[in-house]
Design a protein around this ligand. Structure first.
Ligand code: PLP
Length: 385
């Protein structure tokens, strides 16, 4: 038997259950995506504000950025020679927007989530995490030496109950509560005001909130749900990614200055990985300034999101979403794949999401709305759902 046989058997098994993943090459143009010469409306994009596909923005950025500042590699970590001025510029922009709190940048949201939690935790730390947090946070928890307990998805009374139980346990010096604001698969959201109320009752508790799907999209200035709920100063670790609505790449943390200094001295993915190319930092800063002023676009996204949620519910599907991520939960994987194929043939690029990304029997169509989608598009889609 060859060493490859067991891998091949597992791939066969995935295929038989409709769960095999493959790369698909595609060409994107504005609100459309073309796959195998078939053009479809892109309803699977994280480019929530349409900024990544805005070619005029690219031109404006390069016009404003002379050749000598188009530095394509940092060539080392920030602690060695990689600390170009572009990092401090972006961190200063973030600090100014986020009430003068400290900001720290990471190569990606994934790096951020696998790095911060292990650095902050020891064996006297308890992490209480929402059942549905993103894989990157799960991996961060696994890499840490903290004890780890999950609470039922978006069930804050359950969280409060667990906090009461563990807060009096002398085994723990601190408890870190880990959640997302808008959840990537259900499109529902944590009531951050309530979460902060709960935290105030317990002196050992710190909050870690991932705004990957909310940054750019929520709040008057697009600073996320923390801005919308008025709790920017209350979240100990406010994190997000530039890879989605911000049309760039990288992760950020908003925190106390002491935490920032501590992470610079302890966070392995920050210390041992080459920093992002300075030009990416400059581009992120350019985009971030624009995003602060896109409130009309955010309002449009909110309006069409509510409209689609209503359509999905009217068709009899469970729809937990309160955001621009709208799942149509079908259940069985093959049925979901077939439905996605049918919608794609009709010109709507919607992707099926299957286990292990979502729970067993939770296969779904995951519709992601962007500001480039119109009500007329949704009216056409409604007929096909
Ligand atoms: C996409 C995502 C990440 C990862 O961010 P990247 O910058 O793409 O690595 C982290 N957390 C959540 C909730 C995400 O959806």
């Amino acid at each position: 038997m060859s060493l490859l046989d067991s891998y091949a058997a597992q791939l066969d098994d995935l295929k038989q259950h409709g769960n095999l993943r493959q790369f698909t090459s595609n060409v994107q143009q504005g609100r459309y995506i073309k796959i195998h010469q078939h053009q479809m409306l892109n309803l699977a994009s994280n480019d929530y504000l349409g900024l990544a596909s805005d070619t005029q923005l690219h031109e404006q950025f390069f016009d404003e950025t002379p050749n000598q500042f188009r530095v394509m590699s940092a060539s080392s970590s920030r602690l060695l020679t990689g600390n170009f001025p572009e990092y401090a510029q972006l961190e200063t922009s973030l600090s100014q927007a986020f009430h003068e709190r400290s900001a720290l940048l990471f190569n990606s949201g994934y790096h951020m989530n696998i790095g911060i939690l292990p650095a902050l935790s020891d064996s006297r730390t308890l992490i209480l995490a929402d059942k549905l947090v993103h894989a990157s946070m799960i991996d961060g928890i696994r890499l840490s030496t903290a004890k780890y307990v999950r609470y039922r998805h978006n069930d804050l009374p359950h969280l409060a109950q667990l906090l009461k139980k563990y807060h009096q346990d002398d085994a723990f010096d601190r408890i870190i509560v880990v959640t997302e604001s808008i959840f990537s698969m259900d499109g529902d959201e944590t009531d951050l005001a309530e979460l902060v109320q709960i935290k105030r009752q317990f002196s050992k508790v710190m909050l870690y909130v991932d705004e990957a799907h909310a940054i750019g999209v929520r709040g008057q200035q697009g600073l996320g749900c923390a801005e919308q709920y008025g709790v920017i100063d209350e979240i100990d670790f406010l994190v997000g990614t530039f890879g989605k609505a911000l049309a760039s790449v990288g992760g950020y943390l908003i925190c106390h200055a002491i935490i920032r200094d501590y992470l610079i001295n302890s966070m392995r993915p920050l210390i041992f990985s080459t920093a992002q190319p300075p030009i990416c930092m400059a581009w992120t800063n350019f985009i971030f300034q624009k995003v602060l002023n896109l409130n009309l676009q955010r309002q449009h996204l909110h309006k069409i999101s509510q409209s689609l949620q209503q359509v999905v519910r009217a068709q009899g599907f469970d729809c937990p979403s309160t955001s621009h991520i709208v799942p149509v939960i079908i259940g069985e994987s093959q049925k979901t794949v077939d439905k996605a194929k049918q919608l794609q043939q009709a010109g709507f690029y919607i992707m099926p999401v299957r286990p292990p990304t979502v729970p067993k029997n939770g296969s779904r169509l995951r519709i992601c709305l962007t500001t480039q989608i119109t009500q007329a598009d949704l009216d056409q889609l409604a007929i096909l759902l």
